[in-house]
Design a protein around this ligand. Structure first.
Ligand SMILES: *[C@@H]1O[C@H](CO)[C@@H](O)[C@H](O)[C@H]1NC(C)=O
Ligand SMILES: *[C@@H]1O[C@H](CO)[C@@H](O)[C@H](O)[C@H]1NC(C)=O
Length: 150
């Protein structure tokens, strides 16, 4: 069971990397039209839920990929600290999820316990693929935030 799960994940990664040679992003044989990244940001030392740290509202969260330092898309956290960053994947963009991460640039005026500079970053992990009539959306969630000098 564990082995087949691993093999499945590896084949997703292989498909994603092969497809990026010619297409935007191919997952499970589906041409992905958009990527959605869900997460929650808290006002704590590292942005994760620590004890009863409050959610952080109104913070800018960007989606970035290594290689292109520029952000691909950004979103604001809602009063519950939740964010959804959405980006359309065009054929001409090489989108490799393993090199992408969400980023909160520091400082954030509304959370004084964050580190004073650098950024908080979190990796993104595929949850599922949501098929709609218009396009297939790869639905990601964030891993834990870590402090970064990026
Ligand atoms: C990040 O990218 C989005 C989408 O292209 C853009 O709307 C936003 O202004 C950018 N943010 C910054 C800080 O450059
Ligand atoms: C997308 O992923 C989130 C977890 O980050 C999950 O709660 C949500 O149900 C998923 N959306 C769909 C439409 O499956």
């Amino acid at each position: 069971m564990k082995t087949s799960h691993t093999a499945f994940l590896i084949s997703i990664l292989l498909l994603a990397s092969f497809s990026s040679l010619t297409h935007g992003l191919l997952l499970n044989g589906l041409q992905i039209g958009a990527v959605r990244v869900n997460g929650v940001l808290f006002c704590s030392l590292d942005g994760n839920l620590r004890g009863n740290s409050p959610p952080l509202s109104g913070a800018i969260v960007q989606l970035s990929c290594a290689g292109s330092q520029t952000n691909l898309s950004q979103a604001l956290t809602n009063p519950a600290g939740a964010f959804v960053v959405l980006v359309r994947i065009l054929d001409t963009i090489l989108f490799d999820p393993s090199s992408c991460f969400v980023r909160v640039n520091l400082p954030v005026a509304t959370c004084s316990v964050f580190p004073p500079d650098g950024a908080l970053t979190a990796s993104i992990n595929l949850v599922n693929i949501v098929q709609t009539a218009i396009l297939d959306i790869a639905n990601f969630t964030t891993g834990p935030f870590v402090s970064s000098v990026l």
